[in-house]
Design a protein around this ligand. Structure first.
Ligand code: PLP
Length: 499
């Protein structure tokens, strides 16, 4: 199977080339030329463990990887790094199933894909005779950087350099990064905000002279960004896995449809659920949940995507996003896999910050329902689910729970539903504690001691502390570099020892 670009009909690459390149040269995203069908029965899948389901799903997409190559990637990714041997857990509360995707190294769902991406990438380099050492360059507002660091730590043939805004991440997030182990890791704080970091990284990717000098020194830049199909496809797996577990438990009958609810930012996680549906997973609605940055809710209700609006800082920061990059793939499919139509809309987005899809395209995306939750609703649902079911959810998951609750009330749709639970409550303890206590005081990350809040959350909830939190309490700080935003390239050159 080949991969095509969403912006140029003439581009056609193998899966491993798509993983290596990340983004097509025309600025488009790689899409599979067709979505493969799941031919293994769900009864069979229900008897397989996570790794076997992962192989069954991924082998249909990564067709130029050999069986041994792909199995080895899967085995190295989904092992004892996860705190549960099931890799993902399903828990029922409030009449809905929570699919806990946060039992990996950095306690957020990004581990599900970033645990395997380094292996897919280094295997792809070998297959394509790339001899350079791969340098992953990432700007982060918190979660992605740490998950990428953990994924690439000590993976032979790779280095990873992560930039974060010095005053723009939570204390826990910063500690997670600056204590990162691994001989091939480097973490640098910049004096500036996330946009400065992001701009600096993009500039280096596009700097021809720098890329030439890297090559001479035996290095090649690559990205761990969520638009890489090496991150998208591994996310399809857990929806298939969740369905097969529900079937195995007798909670649904063979062929019975489920709803999937996803707290959404860059549109990667929910697009993976859409691909699962296209493979044949019985899905009724895909419910796309936004926080107060509700650009996707507006898109699904009106057909107009408009990023011209204030950027709102919320208690679910990983969803504070106004350009959902992965939506481009849905636009491409909704336009009948037309690269020219997709490119025209993406050009409108970059020049005017908005575009409107045709009625025909809108009719092609009725699988999706958009919803959003306010800050008050998000905290309220954390409190209510804790009070009724003694179950604790984080702020991102709470956005989805609130949207689902409103969906169920307004539509009367009682289809069995699964909510993607994307982070451990401990990662956002302040806001979670204030939700549980029903006040709006606690949770200001600037004025409270995060470890005191973590202790309080543990006392309130009785939830065991994940290894990731225990670790940072005592771990040695290994990364202390701070630089100005315009000195990022100099730091990269110094780290790699190139001139
Ligand atoms: C990244 C992230 C999201 C958003 O996922 P997308 O794939 O970008 O839509 C939601 N919750 C958490 C905790 C995240 O880290």
């Amino acid at each position: 199977m080949y991969y095509l670009s969403t912006r140029d009909d003439k581009v056609k690459v193998t899966a491993s080339q798509a993983v290596l390149k990340g983004l097509s040269d025309d600025g488009g995203l790689f899409v599979p030329e067709e979505i493969p069908a799941l031919t293994t029965s769900f009864e069979e899948l229900s008897r397989m463990d996570y790794r076997h389901v992962a192989y069954d799903v991924m082998s249909r997409f990564f067709t130029d990887y050999t069986e041994d190559e792909l199995k080895s990637c899967i085995e190295r990714a989904y092992d004892s790094k996860f705190e549960t041997k099931n890799i993902a857990e399903l828990k029922k509360a409030d009449g809905v199933w929570f699919l806990e995707l946060y039992h990996g190294k950095t306690i957020a769902f990004k581990d599900m894909a970033l645990s395997i991406l380094p292996h897919l990438l280094t295997t792809a380099a070998k297959k394509n005779n790339v001899s350079e050492e791969i340098v992953i360059l990432t700007a982060t507002s918190g979660d992605t950087g740490k998950a990428a660091l953990a994924g690439f730590q000590d993976v032979p043939g790779t280095r990873i350099i992560v930039f974060y805004p010095k005053d723009g991440v939570s204390r826990v997030q910063e500690l997670q990064m600056v204590t990162q182990k691994g001989e091939n890791t480097k973490v640098i704080a910049i004096r500036g905000n996330f946009d400065d970091a992001q701009t600096g990284v993009k500039k280096m990717f596009n700097d021809h002279d720098l890329n030439e000098r890297l090559k001479k020194n035996g290095f090649l830049f690559s990205s761990a960004n969520s638009i890489n199909i090496g991150r998208l496809i591994p996310q399809v797996v857990y929806y298939v896995y969740a369905y097969s577990r529900l079937l195995g438990k007798g909670e649904i009958k063979p062929g019975e449809k489920i709803n999937i609810v996803v707290p959404t930012g860059n549109f990667g996680n929910i697009l993976a659920a859409y691909y699962a549906k296209k493979m044949g997973l019985p899905v009724n609605k895909l419910i796309c949940a936004s926080n107060e940055n509700k650009v996707l809710f507006d898109f699904f209700t009106t057909g107009t995507y408009d990023r011209n609006r204030p950027f709102i800082l919320t208690s679910s920061p990983s969803m504070d996003i106004l350009i959902s990059s992965n939506l481009e793939r849905l636009i491409y499919h909704a336009a009948g896999n037309s690269a020219s139509k997709c490119r025209a809309l993406m050009e409108e987005l970059s020049t005017n910050g908005r575009y409107t899809v045709s009625d025909e395209m809108k009719a092609n995306i009725t699988d999706f329902v958009g919803g959003f939750a306010t800050e008050a609703e998000t905290k309220a649902v954390i409190g209510r689910i804790f009070k009724n079911d003694s179950y604790v959810i984080d702020t991102h998951t709470a956005v989805a729970a609130s949207v689902y609750e409103k969906y169920r009330e307004t539509t009367g749709d009682n289809t069995v539903s699964v909510i993607a639970s994307t982070a451990s409550p401990y990662k956002f303890s302040g806001a979670v504690v204030s939700g549980i206590k029903g006040n709006s005081e606690a949770g200001d990350k600037k004025t409270t001691d995060e470890f005191a809040i973590i202790d309080e959350l543990q006392k309130l909830s009785g939830l065991p502390l994940p290894e990731a939190v225990k670790e940072i309490k005592t771990a040695e700080v290994r990364h202390t570099t701070v630089c100005d935003a315009d000195k990022m390239q100099a730091e990269v050159e110094k780290t790699l020892g190139i001139h």
